[in-house]
Design a protein around this ligand. Structure first.
Ligand SMILES: Nc1ncnc2c1ncn2[C@@H]1O[C@H](COP(=O)(O)OP(=O)(O)OP(=O)(O)O)[C@@H](O)[C@H]1O
Ligand SMILES: [Mg+2]
Length: 314
């Protein structure tokens, strides 16, 4: 069953069109990842879905609720973990969660029970009475996640929840989200860390410059790569010698099979082992020095590179 349907979403901020016709849908119980580099339009897309501001055009439906026209209705069913941490620093974790619970209409023993349950889920029961100002970034983020799930939302939307936090909290967050999803909560997770999206999400949309440039399961996206691995050669002076290298490679590879990226030459191939020695030999022939060789299996990073010619983290 379809839970969320987003069609032809656009958003302009003055002259800048941040989101340029984004379309996707999310099924109930699914975990959907929105993967893209800085400024791709992830937060802008998320903020429209959560009813923070309306789109310039396009439609968003949660079941049959028109999110653009009835954001309040939709918000009852959505839990949001925004990109910026939003907590009262001088209040304890317990008090912050109580505050959010009341906003969602919980009170009395029901509220107390829910706060206790959520503290358990986010692994902060033992620090519940401490001021949030004494917490690490990762712990604060976990309180934010707690606040987002107090009202048992059908859909949990998280905007880069692991940026800038310690590895231990990061793992805890990933495990928590995985568990919530396995228990039936639908999740939309945005990130520019492909390994998180690979780990958590059944389906993935890759967004760049406000456009979804590819979407599907990890398997489907990998197939776009035609299962080709990447051979990454780091070469001294690759830029100055690009013309020469181009010339020697042209005899062995088609234009689509290699590209230059920073100080590297990247060759896409199904069976890298078969061409490696030939490749090294050809490049060395140009008089340049190879300083490292790396073979990478197809992953989301290679899909992104393949589609855009750029690295996800640049
Ligand atoms: N309120 C705003 N006013 C003007 N421009 C904005 C506003 N919000 C976002 N933008 C611009 O829209 C584009 C997309 O921004 P957005 O925050 O959606 O990207 P993002 O994918 O979330 O990036 P990041 O990974 O850095 O969070 C950027 O060019 C950004 O500068
Ligand atoms: Mg963002």
């Amino acid at each position: 069953m379809e839970l969320l349907n987003v069609q032809h979403l656009r958003k302009s901020f003055g002259q800048l069109e941040a989101v340029k016709g984004v379309t996707f849908s999310v099924k109930k119980g699914e975990s959907f990842g929105l993967l893209g580099p800085n400024g791709a339009g992830k937060s802008t897309t998320i903020n429209m879905i959560t009813g923070l501001f309306p789109p310039t055009s396009g439609s968003i439906f949660l079941h049959d609720i028109d999110v653009v026209k009835q954001p309040k209705q939709a918000q009852k069913r959505i839990g949001v973990v925004p990109q910026e941490i939003a907590l009262y620093q001088e209040m304890s974790a317990w008090e912050n969660l109580k505050f959010w619970g009341r906003i969602y209409g919980l009170n009395g023993s029901q509220l107390t029970r829910k706060v206790e349950e959520v503290l358990e889920i986010i692994g902060l029961s033992d620090r519940a009475k401490d001021k949030v100002s004494t917490f690490s970034g990762g712990m604060k983020r976990r309180v934010n996640i707690g606040a987002a799930i107090l009202h048992n939302p059908e859909l949990l939307i998280m905007d880069e929840p692991t940026v800038g936090i310690d590895p231990q909290s990061r793992n805890h967050i990933l495990e928590t989200v995985k568990q919530l999803n396995e228990e039936g909560m639908t999740v939309i997770y945005t990130s520019h860390y492909m390994e998180e999206v690979e780990y958590l999400c059944e389906r993935i949309g890759i967004i760049d410059h406000g456009v979804v440039i590819a979407s599907g399961t990890l398997k489907e996206l990998r197939e776009k790569m035609e299962d080709r691995s990447r051979i990454k050669l780091t070469i001294d002076g690759v830029k100055e010698n690009a013309a020469d290298i181009n010339k020697v490679l042209a005899g062995h590879f088609s234009e689509k099979e290699f590209q230059f990226q920073d100080n590297q030459l990247i060759v896409f191939h199904k069976e890298p082992q078969l061409v490696l020695s030939e490749l090294v030999h050809s490049v060395t022939e140009t008089g340049t020095r190879i300083t490292s060789v790396d073979i990478v299996e197809p992953n989301l990073e290679s899909v992104f590179l393949h589609l855009t010619g750029r690295n996800l983290r640049d």
